[in-house]
Design a protein around this ligand. Sequence first.
Ligand SMILES: [Zn+2]
Length: 143
Amino acid sequence: MSTQPYIAKQLREVVSKQVQHRCGYCLAQERVVGTPMEIDHIIPQSLGGPTEEDNLWLACSLCNDYKGNQVAGLDPETGDLTRLFDPRHQEWGDHFAWTESGDRIIGLTATGRATVTVLNLNRLSLVRARQAWVAVGWHPPKD
Ligand SMILES: [Zn+2]
């Protein structure tokens, strides 16, 4: 994206390998979606987040767009303002689970629920794609 700041190629490669070339939020894999993942500043640059390994992860372009400059959202269950999921310092499985059919993400915690809402992790286009991925055994990810 043109709005993405310059990030050294080497740093981009290090981060991409760490996260197995998949989105830290919806877990879509680059080789399945077919479009390059974007570098996500966990704390956005506009809020002072540095372009350093510890603040970087990968996100698919839609998750990155929905996240924008946000670091928090409302937990739909309690209405409380809650920090969004931090894919580098938190475990996905502690905050999210797949539905039995594998096509939707359930927020298990306030952080998980707020992140599902803010990033629209169950957007219809993605749910439909997951249904196709499940059918061929590419989804949900096994780790
Ligand atoms: Zn995503």
